[in-house]
Design a protein around this ligand. Structure first.
Ligand code: HEC
Ligand code: HEC
Length: 339
């Protein structure tokens, strides 16, 4: 009898142990979207069609980084754009420690620390976790084109290939390949900042099915599903700048080097060359006060105009990508270096 009780007892503890082992312990590497779907959130519309012939994440990565796509038979296709690659204007890495707030200064410092440029386009890292694109004022720039792209990542990629990159439109298999690659840089738990308690809620929801709605809303509160974009005008008096702002030239230097140099230092993406010479700063200072395309105020806030397929152009910085303070910091650096 006792023998049986011991065996039963042993069996039961083994059963409990196996239960414990099956339970999820989050490691941080989990895909945020997979967790959401496991908890009952709707399936993302951004998954690629992997059954389409020729689709692969490698091809997608190649297009994003080099602008050319490699066909299955080894042949290369026509470059997507003569002027740009996607990474001219978008980082493919995380750009900010807190993905649930928009703070261009935090982004500047974070990207600087990681050795990344400070750019006009949103990071493509985590872009598949978004549900709307070209938000708010982008309608002013692209008009009706935005409507198709607003809630459709495929159209958003296509819009950018043609309008932002000034290139040819992408074939369906290229768009799906880009999506396949973008899912290799989607958000993982490690990219988000949680309280230990919140992780407990997530684990309980996954293991015991408890409070799934709460778990979903915790996850969703840690990043933005849309990136706000508002356009601002330069100060009315471009010669004076904004008096009331105490500008920080050191911060301006960081912007000059991490933003402007990304495209202008070695003529990488522009014919217009910027460097560290006093003469160049004098010229920038002189032009800054003008009301034309050579003014730094003008190009930062309005960009230069894209002429379809004809020419490289400079995308502008909405206020979420460069604050008014940062703009004045850049001005003060240019003025300081021009002395
Ligand atoms: C010349 C600069 C430039 C190039 C090149 C470029 N983009 Fe963009 N892209 C932008 C800007 C500016 C936006 C505006 C919205 C944003 O990113 O916040 C944008 C928006 C997007 C969006 C929507 C993001 C959002 O949250 O609104 C996607 C997706 C995108 N681009 C993908 C691509 C891909 C893929 C390529 C390469 C084929 C590419 N882009 C090339 C500048 C560029
Ligand atoms: C994503 C790439 C990119 C970034 C980042 C960028 N530019 Fe540009 N910029 C361009 C392109 C492209 C042009 C169009 C002229 C050309 O084709 O060379 C241009 C044009 C300009 C012009 C007008 C030149 C002229 O004579 O017409 C100025 C001035 C300028 N940029 C300054 C800046 C400054 C200052 C910064 C940093 C805040 C900056 N740019 C960041 C790509 C960029």
């Amino acid at each position: 009898m006792i023998k049986y009780i011991i065996i039963l007892g042993l069996g039961f503890s083994l059963y409990l142990m196996s239960f414990k082992n099956n339970s999820v312990k989050l490691t941080g590497e989990e895909s945020v979207q997979s967790l959401l779907e496991e908890l009952g959130a709707p399936r993302s519309a951004n998954y690629p069609d992997l059954n389409m012939v020729g689709v692969s994440a490698e091809i997608g990565e190649f297009i994003i980084k080099t602008g050319v796509s490699q066909k299955l038979n080894g042949g290369k296709t026509l470059r997507q754009s003569k002027h740009f690659v996607c990474t001219s204007c978008h980082n493919i890495e995380q750009e900010s420690a807190y993905l649930n707030v928009v703070d261009p200064q935090e982004t500047l410092e974070y990207t600087n620390e990681k050795g990344l440029p400070f750019l006009q386009g949103s990071a493509l890292h985590g872009i598949v976790n978004r549900t709307s694109f070209y938000n708010d004022d982008y309608e002013k720039k692209y008009g009706d084109l935005v409507f198709k792209a607003r809630n459709n990542i495929r159209e958003a990629i296509q819009l950018c290939a043609v309008e932002c990159s000034q290139g040819r439109s992408l074939k369906d298999w290229e768009v799906e390949s880009i999506l396949a690659y973008l899912w290799t840089i989607d958000l993982t738990l490690d990219n988000l900042v949680f309280e230990p308690m919140e992780i407990d809620v997530l684990e309980e929801a996954l293991n015991e099915g408890k409070d799934k709605e709460k778990a979903i809303s915790i996850l969703k509160s840690k990043y933005l599903e849309t990136s706000p974009a508002h356009f601002v005008d330069p100060p009315a008096n471009r010669k004076m700048g904004i008096d009331s702002i105490v500008a920080n030239p050191d911060n301006g230097k960081m912007i000059y080097e991490n933003s402007c140099f990304h495209c202008h230092k070695n003529n990488d993406y522009s014919f217009y060359r910027l460097d560290d010479e006093t003469l160049s700063f004098r010229q920038l200072k002189r032009q800054m006060g003008r009301y034309d395309v050579r003014s730094v105020y003008q190009v930062v806030r309005y960009g230069t105009s894209p002429l379809a397929g004809k020419k490289a152009y400079m995308p502008h910085y909405p206020i979420e990508k460069m604050s008014i303070q940062q703009m004045e910091d850049l001005r003060s650096y240019i003025y300081q270096q021009a002395e």
